[in-house]
Design a protein around this ligand. Structure first.
Ligand SMILES: Nc1ncnc2c1ncn2[C@@H]1O[C@H](COP(=O)(O)OP(=O)(O)OP(=O)(O)O)[C@@H](O)[C@H]1O
Ligand SMILES: [Mg+2]
Length: 313
């Protein structure tokens, strides 16, 4: 297995009063030709990790290999082989799309033509438009074109779709997929679990500067609570957590006041038993739902917290 990125025991503390430990013994392996997602809440250390891998900041300690090389010895070569789309790209609003991408092309000795990069992000019709006249989604695609114009082997995308409308997000996903089809490797960060599930073959869940789980979205979901979630709301005194965990097929359970979330591999077995349990306990059912489990559930299962505050239930 060829690795595009490998890092071991990565550490980074920002000095200050008090110092901020941003990355703490983080390990990561990204296979060549894959789309890998770093998931984690605000402040988890995703951008810091990316900036270390991009050669923008130096770690305090740890081994970093990018495309089989080290930033300490091969910085120039690495810079010519990677593409970067920062979490916030400040491009000149007065320049046209064509001028902007041409400027970025001039930074590289090799690469594709600006026209080709613009076509890859489907902005041919906007080549002569000023950035000030583009939508947020179109600007994001210009930033992507700038990161692509050096024809990189490895692309870093820091929250490529944050703040975009659903249609623009899907356009960015299509671009990412087409790049993977062309043999590129992508490392992206995201708060959106559906994005990770759609795009990434492997993900690492990052919390407090360390990876707390790694695997394919499907394997992680399976391993942390099963494929399905049953959610029930009721009135009355909740049964003990152990009673839910003992239900047939139940893998995990969480009880909060008048609500229970139960992870299961066999909803057809768990659901009737759960309803019976509530009935025997004298609880009255108020609401009931089943759904496919998501990476968000994995995060909640691992940390007891939600990835994004707005997804708090
Ligand atoms: N230049 C800096 N100086 C001091 N502290 C910093 C700096 N950059 C980041 N931090 C701190 O390091 C921690 C990790 O930040 P980082 O930007 O890597 O998180 P993140 O996972 O990318 O978060 P987000 O999802 O909000 O983008 C945070 O506590 C942050 O406040
Ligand atoms: Mg960030």
């Amino acid at each position: 297995m060829e690795l595009a990125i490998s890092c071991r025991n990565l550490c980074k503390t920002y000095p200050g009063k008090p110092p901020v430990v941003a990355v703490k013994n983080l390990n990561l392996e990204v296979r060549s030709g894959s789309c890998f997602g770093l998931l984690g809440p605000n402040g988890a250390g995703k951008t810091t990790t990316l900036e270390i891998l991009e050669g923008i900041i130096t770690p305090d300690s740890g081994d970093v290999q990018v495309l089989g090389r080290s930033w300490l010895t091969d910085a120039k070569w690495l810079r010519s082989r990677i593409g970067i789309a920062l979490q916030e790209t400040k491009l000149s609003e007065r320049q046209t799309v064509g001028e902007t991408v041409t400027l970025f092309r001039s930074f590289y000795d090799r690469g594709m033509s600006p026209e080709e990069a613009i076509a890859l992000v489907s902005l041919e019709g906007k080549t002569h438009a000023r950035l000030s006249n583009l939508s947020g989604g179109q600007k994001q695609r210009v930033a992507l074109a700038c990161s692509l114009v050096g024809d990189p082997d490895l692309l870093f995308l820091d929250e490529p779709t944050t703040g975009l409308d659903p249609q623009s997000r899907r356009q960015v996903w299509d671009i990412a997929r087409s790049l993977i089809d062309r043999g590129k490797t992508i490392l992206l960060t995201t708060h959106y679990m559906d994005e990770a599930e759609q795009l990434c073959t492997q993900v690492a869940v990052v919390d407090h500067g360390a990876t707390i789980a790694t695997g394919s979205p499907r394997d992680l979901i399976r391993a942390h609570g099963g494929d399905h979630r049953i959610e029930a709301q009721f009135s009355g005194v909740a049964p003990q957590l152990d009673a839910f965990l003992a239900l047939p097929g139940a893998v995990t359970a969480r009880v909060e006041a008048d609500q229970v979330w139960c992870g299961t591999e066999s909803p057809h077995a768990t659901l009737p038993a759960l309803l019976k349990l509530l009935e025997v306990q004298g609880c009255t059912l108020i609401g009931l739902g089943t759904r496919a489990a998501t990476l968000e559930d994995v995060f909640v299962n691992l940390t007891g917290r939600h990835l994004r505050e707005e997804s708090m239930r």
